[in-house]
Structure formats: structure tokens, C-alpha cells
Design a protein around this ligand. Structure first.
Ligand SMILES: *[C@@H]1O[C@H](CO)[C@@H](O)[C@H](O)[C@H]1NC(C)=O
Ligand SMILES: *[C@@H]1O[C@H](CO)[C@@H](O)[C@H](O)[C@H]1NC(C)=O
Ligand SMILES: *[C@@H]1O[C@H](CO)[C@@H](O)[C@H](O)[C@H]1NC(C)=O
Ligand SMILES: *[C@@H]1O[C@H](CO)[C@@H](O)[C@H](O)[C@H]1NC(C)=O
Length: 262
């Protein structure tokens, strides 16, 4: 069976008690040792995501931590990942693209993981769902270059609105803002429309419209179908899902996903 995850996430950690049979990542890795494993996980996720839509965004983000494997629109999730022997928060954070990253940093970070500019544009589309704290972008509103200025790449009407209604000061670290206002729960193309209107929250989003290569990908996605976006997203997610994966006898199988076995 091919696992098709619809807007759900497979939590590999719960499979930790199972012994892998071979050394490769593959579809339905647990077919023999626990035939129902993938269904159990899928059922759990399907049941809980509707109650907590913000969980989808959080879990999608977790994909960068190699702890969860996420399903988006629709994609196949090969299983059989093992866990790392090191659990280091600062190291994990250093590997996640920061919301303040500029284009060259994003390009380098992605290239270091074997991901190209198309993957960057397509995976950034995950910002169609979810929310952000003001602290991830308030420098764009209040102190972009360190002289109390606003990021000129940000639509000024939108910036004024954010300052008046949401992030009322540079130091606000509690208010939450929707990344794709109006359709924050829908995995659609409106994130890209907002990019072209100069209305994304993060500098790392705005960076995508600063080079012709990435801007072309965006202008091709926007008038396209959702089906096309989902297909592209699936390709890049599968590609990302294979980055730095441990299989066979490397790493370990954690009893608790978040911590190295003692
Ligand atoms: C975590 O990783 C950082 C960056 O690589 C390193 O400086 C630090 O010593 C590590 N901490 C532990 C506890 O291993
Ligand atoms: C991008 O950001 C990095 C890290 O902050 C910085 O070293 C680099 O100079 C920046 N590049 C450009 C073109 O601004
Ligand atoms: C703006 O940034 C500059 C340079 O980092 C800093 O010196 C200044 O204190 C910041 N302003 C505010 C209001 O935080
Ligand atoms: C938020 O800001 C307050 C006041 O500046 C500070 O005490 C608190 O630790 C900050 N919280 C986080 C999560 O950074």
C-alpha cells in the first residue's frame, strides 16, 4: 500500500518500538512488523488536525527536525527513519531557515540540503497555513536597518495596519499574526498572491521575489491549478524528506521522539 497522507502528518516516533527489517527508507516499511502502523498514525492525525489546525503548520515545520514526516496536500511518505544520537536545540535551530534570512542565505541553506530554488519557492508555500509571533518580523515594521525604519519591500498600507492592530511595538513577542490572512486554514495559492502584493510577513518570504528565477516560479504557480501546486509541493516534500535520513543501524530508535535514549 502506498501511504497517501491528506493534509496529515505521520509521526514516526510512535513507531519507535518496531524493529526495522531492512536498511532502506521505503514505502510501507512496517508492512511485516506492524501492518497497521501507518494506518494508526494516519487515523490519529486525521482525528486531531481538524480540532487544531495550527497543529498542521507546526508539524509541517517539524519536518525540518527530522522527527516527523509530514503529508501535505497529498504525498507518499516512505518510512523507516531512525533517530539521531544527538538532541541539540541550538544545532536544530541553526538548520532551520530563519524568518529573517535574505535570499543568499536561503539559497545556501537549501543547497546545503540538496534543495534547489524551486524547492525553496514551493516549500515556502507551506506559509499558506499557520501563524507567527510578531517577534519574527517586527524588525521589518520598526527597525529594519537599525535606524528605526520600515522595510521598504513591505507594502506600506499593510505595514501600517499591522502596527496599528497587531504588532504595536518592536518588543511585542506574544501577539500572533496569521501568515496568510483570510485563508489561514486553507492550503491554497493565496500565499503566493500575497508575495506579489508585497504582503508576506517574513523577510525570507519577501526574498523570494527579489530574484528573477524565484519570481518566475511564483508567477507560474499563481495562475496555475491547486492540483499543480500540490503536485509540486509533494515532489519537494519527498525530496526534503530524504535529506539526512538515518536508516539501517545508524542512529537509534527513540523511546520518546524528543529525547535521545538514556
Ligand atoms: C550544540 O551545538 C552547538 C552548535 O553546533 C555547539 O556549539 C554546542 O556545544 C552543542 N551543545 C551540546 C550540549 O552538545
Ligand atoms: C545575507 O545575510 C547574511 C547573514 O546575515 C549576510 O552575511 C549577507 O551579507 C547578506 N547578503 C546580502 C546580499 O545582503
Ligand atoms: C534599532 O536597531 C539598532 C541597531 O541594531 C539598535 O541600536 C537600536 O537600539 C534599535 N532600536 C530599537 C528601538 O530597538
Ligand atoms: C517576551 O518579552 C518579555 C519582556 O521583554 C520577556 O520578559 C520575555 O521573556 C519574552 N518572552 C519570550 C518568549 O521571549
Amino acid at each position: 500500500m502506498t501511504v497517501l497522507v491528506h493534509f496529515g502528518i505521520i509521526f514516526v516516533g510512535v513507531l519507535g518500538l518496531l524493529q526495522p527489517a531492512t536498511a532502506d527508507l521505503k514505502l510501507n516499511f512496517y508492512a511485516k512488523s506492524c501492518p497497521k502502523a501507518e494506518k494508526i498514525v494516519l487515523d490519529y492525525v486525521s482525528k486531531h488536525i481538524p480540532n487544531a489546525p495550527s497543529l498542521a503548520a507546526a508539524l509541517l515545520r517539524m519536518n525540518f527536525h527530522d522527527c516527523f514526516v509530514s503529508g501535505g496536500p497529498f504525498w507518499r511518505v516512505p518510512t523507516g527513519r531512525r533517530d539521531g544520537l544527538i538532541s541539540n536545540a541550538s544545532e536544530a535551530l541553526a538548520n532551520i531557515p530563519a524568518p529573517t534570512s535574505n535570499f543568499s542565505t536561503l539559497q545556501t541553506d537549501f543547497a546545503n540540503k540538496g534543495l534547489d530554488l524551486k524547492d525553496l519557492v514551493v516549500l515556502s508555500g507551506a506559509h499558506t497555513i499557520g501563524v507567527s509571533h510578531c517577534s519574527s518580523f517586527s524588525n521589518r515594521l520598526y527597525n529594519f536597518t537599525g535606524v528605526g525604519d520600515q522595510d521598504r519591500a513591505l507594502d506600506s498600507e499593510y505595514a501600517t495596519n499591522l502596527k496599528a492592530r497587531k504588532c504595536k511595538s518592536l518588543s511585542d513577542n506574544t501577539t500572533i499574526v496569521e501568515m496568510d490572512p483570510g485563508s489561514v486554514r486553507t492550503f491554497d495559492l493565496s500565499y503566493y498572491t500575497l508575495l506579489l502584493k508585497r504582503r508576506p510577513l517574513f523577510q525570507s518570504d519577501a526574498a523570494l521575489t527579489t530574484t528573477s528565477t524565484t519570481k518566475t516560479y511564483i508567477t507560474q504557480l499563481v495562475p496555475g491549478t491547486l492540483k499543480n501546486f500540490y503536485a509540486e509541493f509533494a515532489i519537494s516534500m519527498e525530496k526534503m524528506g530524504r535529506v539526512g535520513v538515518k536508516t539501517g543501524s545508524s542512529g537509534e530508535i527513540r523511546k520518546h521522539c524528543a529525547v535521545v535514549n538514556s
